[in-house]
Ligand binder design. Sequence first.
Ligand SMILES: C[S@@+](CC[C@H](N)C(=O)[O-])C[C@H]1O[C@@H](n2cnc3c(N)ncnc32)[C@H](O)[C@@H]1O
Length: 213
Amino acid sequence: MRLRNKPWAKDMINDNLDLISVQPENMQGKWQDRFEKKQPLYLELGSGKGAFITELAKRNPQNNYIAMEVQEGAIALILKKQVENKLPNLQLLLANGSNLSDLFAENEIKGLYLNFSDPWPKTRHVKRRLTYKSFLEQYKYVLEDDGNIEFKTDNQGLFEYSLVSMNNFGMKFDELSLDLHNDEALNENNIQTEYEEKFSKKGFRINYLKASF
Ligand SMILES: C[S@@+](CC[C@H](N)C(=O)[O-])C[C@H]1O[C@@H](n2cnc3c(N)ncnc32)[C@H](O)[C@@H]1O
């Protein structure tokens, strides 16, 4: 994603602090207070421009959602969508997801979405993959006992790595597909992300899994 930090993004963020958290250290265990209703809380880590989480929040008013992004430019684009749609069940979070247990309390989240995470193909960067064991430890801590992770990617290498990493961590796989768009049952309610749309148009197969601890 070629978004750099931009002054307009800063202004937009500062004008909408009711919709976005930028100093979230003190929010642990209090995320429900940011929403109109207390209801199951789902997090997307690395939301990009936010097409997926915005549509998910629209379709599921019975749940609360947080779109998390580390890039200011990206979060401002999600914010634009949120300002247009005014979804009471969607909040934004500008932060790095590497230490989720500093941002969320134990069992605070019902489900986590990892969509088209950066593949970090070089071996020396393996610890940055969002399915590396230190990330899985954090997810286990913040997710409810019956919570789960949904993961989508076009990147075969990252998918295989993630299967092994999750399996080694003792996770259970509830759903698995090497070609999500051609799996009628799984694809029926699938919401495409920006990257998903781009890569599936190029003919890449989309890998999908749903796993729990
Ligand atoms: C390849 S893009 C995919 C965007 C979107 N999920 C999609 O499928 O269209 C990955 C996104 O994850 C964000 N990201 C990567 N590592 C992150 C981290 N540790 N914390 C928060 N966001 C992160 C990046 O800034 C980028 O916007």
